[in-house]
Ligand binder design. Structure first.
Ligand code: GLN
Length: 313
């Protein structure tokens, strides 16, 4: 099937936006100091179709840091570079059912594997990025994410410095992984590249295009460039379905029937395979670190646009 007609979609995005824009639940993340100063009322709802149609309501051009929404894209680039089997056995693909920065999840795994959508697995993923030096790895990531977005992206230096000065927990996770030989590059350098990756400037409109690139099997619908193979894209979405929203991933799949990925800056992508990519931005988060209004809008749109992958018709 295809997405509904253009004006139906535009109308529904507008509806969803109006319905949830005044919601005031949730807390803006402050464990990374710069995130605390982001205005809580920012709100954007965007959709990109796999044929390149773009829809946007609200603060679609507002620039924020990508944070954990970078994880599926870096994972896809790594799968493309090292192969799906290598990626699976070195990083793991099982949901942890635990918070994104969990140390216990790693400790409880006999194999010392988590998955690329939580910090431990994501730092391991970054360590597997091609390149002999941290700088090469960073350039590979920035270049790859730019191809997913269809424009040259850049880093937010202030956000990077703010997180780099306070990310002792992530450094600890990297050291543990290193001790278990589950890291494939220096621990502190891998954490630093991961922190840079999380500090990339992005907009909700960009995220919709990146999400649509996964929806289309790896081809950016705006530039027409193939960023990753369809087999890679398909497998990345499978991991997202079980682990994209941390410990609430099951609830999310139950409600929307779609793979998605959230981040602590308030971004949320939802991929509708073969149709398009939805992206929302709203900074206040629930207890798990997922954007409250993002969840509300996406649940609503999934229902109204009949997007669940599990529907029989
Ligand atoms: N940079 C953040 C961290 O590692 C990203 C976490 C997130 O968005 N869930 O803590």
């Amino acid at each position: 099937g295809r997405l509904p007609a253009r004006d139906t979609i535009q109308q529904m995005l507008q509806d969803a936006y109006t319905r949830f824009r005044n919601g005031d639940e949730g807390r803006v993340a402050d464990y990374i100091p710069v995130l605390a100063s982001v205005p809580r009322d920012l709100f954007a709802v965007c959709l990109a179709g796999i044929d390149g149609e773009l829809y946007a309501v609200g603060d679609a051009k507002h620039v924020f840091t990508i944070q954990s929404v970078s994880k599926p894209f870096v994972f896809a680039l790594v799968c493309q570079a090292v192969g799906l089997e290598q990626a699976r056995c070195k990083l793991g693909v099982n949901a942890t059912g635990m918070p994104f920065d969990s140390v216990i999840a790693l400790e409880l795994s006999r194999e010392r594997l988590t998955n690329p959508m939580v910090n431990a697995g994501a730092i391991a993923t970054t360590s597997l990025v091609p390149g002999e030096t941290a700088d090469r790895k960073w350039q590979f990531i920035l270049d790859g994410l730019s191809r997913f977005a269809g424009r040259q992206l850049s880093i937010n230096e202030e956000a990077y410095r703010s997180e780099a000065a306070t990310n002792l927990r992530n450094r600890g996770i990297a050291k543990l992984l290193e001790g278990y030989q589950r890291l494939y590059f220096d621990g502190l350098e891998s954490t630093d590249v991961y922190t840079r990756q999380c500090s990339i400037n992005i907009t909700a409109q960009d995220l919709s295009v990146m999400s649509a690139t996964l929806a289309s099997g790896g081809v950016n619908p705006i530039t027409g460039e193939r960023v990753v193979d369809a087999v890679v894209s398909k497998r990345v979405l499978a991991v997202l379905a079980t682990a994209g929203l941390y410990e609430l991933s099951g609830e999310w799949l139950f409600e929307t029937g779609l793979p998605g990925k959230s981040g602590v800056s308030g971004g949320l992508i939802t991929v509708v395979p073969g149709k398009g990519g939805l992206a929302t931005f709203a900074p206040p988060l629930d207890e798990a670190g997922n954007s409250v209004r993002g969840l509300q809008v996406t649940r609503y749109l999934s229902e109204r646009l009949a997007l669940s992958l599990f529907a029989s018709k």
